[in-house]
Design a protein around this ligand. Structure first.
Ligand SMILES: C[S@@+](CC[C@H](N)C(=O)[O-])C[C@H]1O[C@@H](n2cnc3c(N)ncnc32)[C@H](O)[C@@H]1O
Length: 241
């Protein structure tokens, strides 16, 4: 009798905070991608899936920006509204945006081109891994996570970007005094963020509970959707000791 073939070894996959939807771009996104990705998108070697980062990956940010400057990072920058606004108000900083959904990155490219911004770079990869693997300890001045995917079903909470392990990584990568700004329109996620970040010994809440709305954060369709549905928007600001 023939020995049955062993089952193929499953590809190792960690729990991630996103679902890779079909990454089809519309015509204008395709044009923007082709025209501009060389100017703003940094290629990082991928691991077992397109959006995960290879263990040996490294980026020399000073070389990639052509200057040394404070590093500010956004995870899940979507179509780049906040990135663009913050790049304009922080010309002295080097801004890096992580986004896994390529069509949104293409839309961001059009926006960056319209605003003629040279202090931004984009990485199409998992930003949670990116912060850990592509940044030295105590090297990020500010980190932004605005409206991370809420994963509201209890069985999906493990996929939420903001969790104790990620908080530990962020705290280690922020410079002393560095700032982490967060926003969400899901009350239970907001409570979980507050609890998780309060429990981290290196992070200190800059306010007594919720922060006032970060005035430099433009209103995006995600925030508007939450408001239209009658949800409250919660901002949080923490500082590394
Ligand atoms: C709900 S949207 C919010 C987009 C944007 N921050 C805003 O406020 O309009 C969440 C975004 O985060 C992206 N995302 C989720 N997890 C990510 C990760 N680990 N790394 C990079 N992008 C991620 C998703 O693809 C999506 O574009």
């Amino acid at each position: 009798m023939m020995t049955p073939m062993p089952a193929a070894r499953p590809i190792h996959r960690d729990v991630v905070s996103y679902v890779r939807r079909s990454a089809r771009m519309n015509e204008s996104q395709l044009k923007a991608w082709q025209k501009y990705h060389h100017d703003w998108v940094i290629e990082v070697d991928a691991a077992e899936r397109e959006t995960s980062i290879a263990p040996h990956a490294h980026v020399d940010w000073t070389a990639r920006f052509g200057r040394q400057a404070p590093l500010m990072v956004e995870i899940g920058c979507g179509t780049g509204h906040a990135m663009t606004a913050l790049a304009e108000t922080h010309p002295q900083a080097n801004l890096i945006g992580f986004e896994v959904f390529t069509p949104s990155v293409a839309s961001t490219l059009s926006r960056l081109a319209r605003h003629n911004l040279s202090n931004v770079r984009l990485v199409v990869a998992d930003g949670a891994q990116g912060v850990e693997m592509l940044f030295e300890p105590a090297s990020i001045t500010e980190l932004w996570t605005f409206f991370p995917d809420p994963w509201h079903k209890a069985r999906h909470h493990k996929r939420r970007l903001v969790n104790p392990r990620f908080a530990e990584i962020v705290a280690s990568r922020l410079v002393p005094g560095g700032v982490w700004r967060l926003a969400t329109d899901w009350a239970d996620y907001a409570e979980a963020m507050l609890e998780t970040l309060d429990a981290n010994e290196l992070l200190v809440n800059s306010h007594d509970g919720w922060a006032p709305r970060f005035e430099q954060r433009p209103l995006t369709k995600y925030e508007q959707r939450g408001l239209d549905a009658g949800r409250t928007v919660f901002d949080l600001t923490y500082r590394r000791r």
